[in-house]
Design a protein around this ligand. Structure first.
Ligand SMILES: NC(=O)c1ccc[n+]([C@@H]2O[C@H](COP(=O)([O-])OP(=O)(O)OC[C@H]3O[C@@H](n4cnc5c(N)ncnc54)[C@H](OP(=O)(O)O)[C@@H]3O)[C@@H](O)[C@H]2O)c1
Length: 333
């Protein structure tokens, strides 16, 4: 009997969602069948799972693409390969990996297509591995692929204290950009400055945008990576240099802007959606993150580590956090 077949008889602990709704619909179950990898998939023994804001949008039923009920939440995780499908050649049982698109990572096991799985560098812990998939691939795409930011350019990471923001600061700094970051607390600002920003501002302070403008001698910045566009987009347009670009990564509603502000400076507003990433981009990013882990500039910061039975608390925090200090993760029992 193959390894994949043997584990099928077993069950695992996992979070299940049987109806869309508030945090209370996240239920810990101990009898969830361990999934079986398809021919191009791997079965992962999950040690840690990343908690992303999108997990809460999906759980509440407010997201454009919803899974069939019941489902296990979560996309990214770190762990070891437990079994491989018949066509998988690049992974072997026991290998340390991280994954950016598991089919439900809030559980002891998950399956994923092999293209979304990457070796986890020895310099990174499993906790750090859970913070790589969604946040780092998004930050890299936003900064280096969508905005095509260059060494020497100035970048404002507007909302830098979270998973994507800290990744953008580390990547921008490593690529020789002048990084400015914002956070909503003193602790958040401190972490942002320790992770590549040469200057930080508090986005909850009155007049902080004017201070950013003064800091750039009124010239503005080349690129803005925006985590809350429905609040900041109008301001962002005043903070750009000529030919500057705003990349919308996060947005939770509507905002009125004056399009005239884009004319004189010929500025661009562009969206960024991780799942639009091509296979080639994914390979490029994974290779660059491997180099970053080797050289030490890819170093995910964990803000809070919950246990699996605290998944409801993890969801509450990721969407209500007022003092973000890195990525929120869940560790398996
Ligand atoms: N487009 C995509 O493909 C994609 C992929 C991943 C994530 N996202 C989205 O990007 C956003 C960030 O994701 P994440 O994983 O980094 O979330 P996170 O870890 O929860 O971080 C949220 C960030 O937003 C900041 N923030 C709060 N109020 C702000 C304001 N008024 N102005 C600017 N920033 C503010 C927070 O700072 P303080 O707490 O310090 O105030 C924190 O730095 C989320 O909306 C998420 O859904 C999009």
């Amino acid at each position: 009997m193959s390894t994949a077949r043997k584990v099928m008889s077993a069950v695992m602990k996992a979070i299940r969602v049987s109806e869309f709704g508030g945090e209370e619909v996240l239920k810990l179950q101990t009898d969830v069948p361990i999934p079986k990898p398809q021919i191009n998939q791997v079965l992962i023994k999950v040690f840690t799972a990343g908690v992303n804001p999108v997990d809460t949008y999906i759980r509440s039923g407010a997201y454009a693409r919803l899974p069939e009920l019941p489902y296990t939440p979560g996309n990214d995780c770190a762990g070891i390969i437990h079994a491989v499908g018949d066509n998988v050649k690049q992974f072997t049982k026991g290998q340390r990996i991280y994954c950016m698109r598991g089919e439900g990572t809030y559980g002891e096991y998950t399956v994923s297509d092999e293209e979304f799985v990457h070796p986890l560098h020895d310099n990174l812990s499993f906790s750090q591995g859970a913070a790589l998939g969604v946040a780092y691939f998004t930050a890299y795409r936003a900064l280096l692929i969508r905005a095509a930011a260059k060494p020497g350019e100035s970048v404002l990471v507007h909302g830098a204290s979270g998973g994507v923001g800290l990744a953008a600061c580390q990547i921008g700094h490593a690529r020789g950009m002048k990084v400015i970051g914002t956070a909503g607390s003193a602790e958040g600002m401190c972490i942002v400055s320790r992770n590549g920003a040469s200057k930080t501002f508090n986005h909850k302070e009155d007049g902080y945008a004017e201070k950013i403008s003064e800091y750039t001698d009124g010239e503005g910045v080349d690129v803005i990576i925006e985590m809350l566009a429905n609040v900041n987009l109008a301001t962002d347009l005043t903070l750009l240099k000529t030919n500057g670009k705003v990349v919308v990564v996060g947005n939770r509603g509507s905002i009125e802007i004056n399009p005239r502000l884009t004319m004189a400076k010929e500025s661009s507003i562009m969206g960024c959606m991780l799942w639009q990433m091509s296979k080639l981009e994914s390979q490029e990013i994974a290779a660059q993150l491997e180099v970053g882990a080797e050289q030490g500039w890819v170093k995910p910061v964990i803000g809070k580590d919950f246990s699996l039975d605290q998944a409801q608390d993890a969801h509450h925090l990721v969407i209500n956090n007022k003092t973000t200090t890195g990525k929120i993760i869940i560790s398996m029992p």
